[in-house]
Design a protein around this ligand. Structure first.
Ligand SMILES: [Zn+2]
Length: 376
């Protein structure tokens, strides 16, 4: 058993300042798989910070009891830049204020250099191919750390995670039920994660677009399988974005429950000695991201809901209104598909074009396109 704490620094943004990441590395008593968990890469996702805190406590206790196997890396705050971004008292995450760049987009894409490195060495043994690809991934990481602070942060996070078997990226939405984003090729194998977290909404995509952190880790595997169909290449990194409800859902009760869910998942995946989680016989329902409707405000107004988060709503059902204080009009917000109303904008004064509601439907929607499936 062993816990080591590593401090990684970012290039100073100016004289007299230097931000750092804290990396907790739990090394188990037996060799085994590698898991990587990070919290709040968008920064203003406080439920993720609290779940990571509870997970840290539980992992330290399990480590002390010598119950850990393999390697678990926990980055309890993944974005020290965003955690300090305040504007007139308001915490602003998601985008770097300097560049406007989304903190969860633009992770390294090492597909081509890895494909070139392994092309002549792949064989008939899937496990050997996985080991070969991970070695090539580590070798393909840029030798030089990027100069800019945000780019250096992304480099650190990806370098820590790229060769892991399990990558969990803990986020939250504005107002939401628990939901997961997972690569389609990982489903239903990853249904254990959904079951352990009791997630009612599971969103699948092969390519959401923008190189979000989870897909930067997982998508490379099915791209390689497509490039080299003559060799067995499994989707060897089970990566997921875990949306821990809404940003105000911050409580020790919820966070401890979610950390217990993560512990159960990690136990089932062979990282912890303990009772295996009991899983349902049939996997939970999952939704293609192309079937998720994102409703945008068509008018400025005060947003009021008549449907509740988690409700099953029907196509053409009025789920809320935008109230115009100038004219007194109440503009209906109408569902365009049937499914679960699982996420809503957190503030109630909205402008035209802002997304205000997400509904996980069951039929793909023709205005949803692969490669452009996430909010910007
Ligand atoms: Zn996020």
């Amino acid at each position: 058993m062993a816990l080591s704490t590593e401090i990684l620094t970012l290039p100073p943004a100016g004289p007299g300042t230097e931000r750092r990441l804290t990396v907790l590395r739990f090394t188990g008593n037996q060799p085994g798989p590698k898991a990587y968990v990070q919290a709040a890469v968008h920064a203003d996702e406080i439920p993720a910070l609290l779940v990571a805190h509870h997970l840290r406590e539980k992992l330290i206790a399990l480590d002390t009891a010598d119950k850990l196997k393999g390697e678990i890396i926990l980055v309890p705050y993944a974005n020290p830049i965003g955690l300090t971004q305040f504007l007139q008292g308001w915490h602003l995450g998601r985008y770097e204020l300097d560049s406007g760049a989304n903190f969860n987009r633009g992770y390294p894409d090492l597909f081509e250099p890895v494909a070139a490195a392994v092309a002549e060495q792949l064989g008939a043994d899937a496990a050997a191919n996985v080991a070969l690809i991970r070695e090539a991934l580590r070798a393909a990481l840029p030798r030089q750390r990027p100069l800019a602070e945000n780019a250096a942060l992304k480099h650190h996070l990806y370098a820590l995670s790229c060769d892991a078997d399990v990558v969990l990226d803990l986020h939250c939405d504005y107002e939401a039920t628990m939901h997961l984003y997972i690569g389609t090729p990982l489903w239903p194998a990853a249904a254990d994660l959904s079951a352990c977290l009791q997630s009612p909404v599971n969103l699948l995509a092969e390519d959401s677009g923008g190189e979000a952190f989870d897909e930067a880790n997982s998508r490379l595997w099915w791209r390689l399988a497509t490039r080299f169909p003559q060799h067995p290449i499994p989707p060897a990194c089970c990566a997921a974005t875990v949306e821990l409800r809404g940003d105000r859902d911050v409580s020790d009760v919820l966070a401890a429950q979610d950390a217990d869910g993560l512990i159960a998942f990690l136990t089932g995946r062979g990282f912890i000695d303990g009772p295996l989680p009991s899983l349902p016989a049939t996997p939970p329902e999952a939704t293609q991201l192309e079937a998720v409707d994102s409703l945008n405000a068509e008018h400025p107004g005060v947003l009021v809901w008549s449907a509740a988060l988690g409700d099953e709503v029907s196509k053409d059902q009025v789920i809320g209104h935008l109230v115009d204080p100038e004219t007194g009009a109440r503009h209906a917000v109408t569902a365009r598909t049937s499914g679960i109303f699982f996420a809503a904008r957190g503030h109630r004064w909205v402008r035209p074009g802002q997304w205000i509601a997400k509904i996980a439907g069951r039929e793909n929607l023709d205005w949803r396109k692969a490669g452009a499936l996430l909010s910007s």
